[in-house]
Design a binder for this molecule. Structure first.
Ligand code: RP5
Length: 165
């Protein structure tokens, strides 16, 4: 686990979101960025939601990554109660494959922004990378880690396709 006071909070509406949201945690871990992970449900644990959002800044969080599925009001509710930037990750739902989650998160009325990522694993990874980029504005080690991540990604792309069997 990356050491130090968490600067990124990863929250999710349910334990069932963890297989997706762990991709955000693993990405931050790879970058050495201190983070915390919590289950905070907007409708099942509303008091926990209020407490988490209202204390986020004073606890040192610079960014919150919030994953939720279905009627996914968690990212917007958190954003309504903290000045800390919130990135929302739509979880792929069983009923509508995450389209419900995506539209719930992305369609915030003007005034309270939530930066919305893609549905599922890609969204979780990219939310973590965006969170890292925010942190990197004031943290040289995080900036170097992000540069290294991109360099490795580039180095991993071959010029010609290979047969996989
Ligand atoms: C949302 O409801 C959660 O974010 C989750 O994606 C969805 C389903 O939750 P469970 O019924 O699996 O706990 O609040």
């Amino acid at each position: 686990m990356a050491k130090g006071r968490p600067v990124v909070g990863i929250i999710m509406g349910s334990q069932s979101d963890w297989p997706t949201m762990r991709n955000a945690a693993e990405t931050l871990e790879q970058l050495g960025i201190a983070h915390e992970t919590r289950i905070v449900s907007a409708h099942r644990t509303p008091d926990r939601l209020v407490d988490y959002a209202k204390t986020a800044r004073e606890r040192g969080l610079k960014v919150i990554v919030a994953g939720a599925g279905g009627a996914a009001h968690l990212p917007g509710m958190v954003a309504s109660m903290t000045p800390v930037p919130v990135f929302g990750v739509p979880i792929r739902s069983k009923a509508l494959s995450g389209l419900d989650s995506l539209l719930s998160i992305v369609q915030m009325p003007g005034g309270v922004p939530v930066g919305t990522l893609a549905i599922g694993r890609s969204g979780a990874i990219n939310a973590a990378l965006l969170a890292a980029a925010v942190v990197a504005n004031g943290d040289d080690a995080a900036a170097r880690a992000l540069d290294e991540y991109r360099a490795q990604q580039t180095a991993g792309v071959g010029e010609t396709p290979l047969d996989e069997d």
